[in-house]
Design a protein around this ligand. Structure first.
Ligand SMILES: [Zn+2]
Length: 366
């Protein structure tokens, strides 16, 4: 939308008095007309006239000569092109229906169905086969109308496409289901539920594992080893986070070296829990040769970060970030050792998980 300075935009043009306008050497519409000039940008000021109308003033540095024979319209303030430049007022383009959609221009009725309301004059029009003229409005210049609740259709949306009361009802249901799941008795074997954490050279698939830490449900270390990457020599960016230097892993085994041991540990586990499993799994999947083995390992995975996120949303906990540190702080849990080291993070994950699932290792009393 370009050419037309709408009523709403006009209202934002600063109001000055005639003396001020003269002091700043601003040009009124009439002066422009007399000098046969055209504004190249919208008016910069206006004065209020006694009859209630406004006189618009233009920046003398932002004018150009009117083409020979140019006919001035009624109001220059309407013809000044906006930043995008374009056509003069009244001269709206005729386009095809296909062009309209491509340019984000829609008839009023279509906009209404999308919950938009035009705030500016039409930008173009097309002529239907029947000969009817359809005015088109720029959706980008529309006001978003309040959307109705997706469930009851009545109230205005509050969250997740629902009105406040429908949302609260849904949330209460989800929360009850979540709490039931979290407080259930799972009777899991502490020695066969493993918590793990990997430190990596980076966040991408081509990055490599620098350390593997695995502890069981009793908090006992099952495996804690550095691993030597086979391709990467440096990882300056992540080194600052986990503190693992190239020097430290110089004599460490490679992932291939520890693979048989890792496979055995995972095979003997009933559940594999980490805080954020997807990146770790994309690396660990490589230790398996067959899809079956990979799927079996994947089936044992449980993401503590996802469980924490469910808890936070269901209980409407005011947290913007959902990191392991946030979880530890929220539950007032203490760190063993330094955060972001593999073993400390693994143990933190175990503590957060057991806070979320307090009866995970207990069977319900008969
Ligand atoms: Zn509703």
């Amino acid at each position: 939308m370009d050419t037309i300075l709408t009523e709403s935009k006009k209202n934002t043009v600063p109001l000055v008095d005639g003396a001020q306008a003269a002091r700043c050497h601003l040009l009124s519409e009439d002066s422009l007309r007399r000098m046969r000039l055209l504004p190249t940008s919208p008016p910069v000021a206006r004065t209020a006239e006694e009859n209630g109308s406004f006189t618009y003033y233009f920046d003398p540095n932002k004018v150009k000569e009117a083409p020979a024979g140019y006919k001035y319209g009624k109001k220059l303030s309407d013809t000044a092109p906006s930043r995008k430049g374009g056509h003069a007022a009244g001269e709206i383009r005729r386009i095809s229906a296909r062009q309209a959609a491509a340019q984000g221009l829609y008839p009023k009725e279509v906009l209404a169905r999308m919950y938009y309301e035009p705030t500016e004059a039409p930008a173009a029009y097309y002529i239907k086969k029947s000969g009817e003229r359809v005015e088109l409005y720029d959706r980008a210049a529309c006001r978003r109308l309040p959307l109705p609740c997706a469930k009851c259709g009545g109230e205005v949306r509050y969250r997740a496409k629902l009105c406040r009361s429908c949302y609260q009802t849904e949330l209460a249901k989800r929360c009850a289901a979540g709490d039931k799941k979290r407080t259930a008795y799972y009777g899991m074997d502490r020695s066969r539920v493993l918590f793990f954490d990997l430190e990596l050279t980076g966040v991408y698939d081509h990055d490599e594992i620098l350390s593997v830490s695995i502890i069981n449900g009793n908090g006992e270390t099952v495996l804690h080893t550095l691993t030597r990457p086979q391709r990467q020599k440096r990882w300056k960016r992540t080194e600052k986070i986990h503190g693992i230097t190239p020097e430290m892993v110089k004599n460490a085994p490679t992932l291939a070296d520890i693979t048989p041991q890792l496979v055995e540990i995972f095979n003997n586990a009933d559940r594999l829990i980490a805080f954020g499993t997807s990146t770790d799994f994309s690396h660990l999947r490589r230790i398996y040769n067959t899809r079956d083995e990979r799927d079996r390992m994947h089936g044992k995975l449980l993401d503590c970060a996802t469980e924490f996120a469910h808890y936070v949303h269901e209980h409407e906990v005011e947290l913007t970030h959902l990191s392991l540190t946030d979880a530890m702080t929220h539950f007032s849990l203490d760190w063993e050792g330094t955060a972001h080291t593999s073993l400390a993070d693994t143990d933190a994950c175990r503590k957060v998980f057991e806070t979320l699932f307090p009866h995970y290792f207990e069977s319900e009393a008969m």
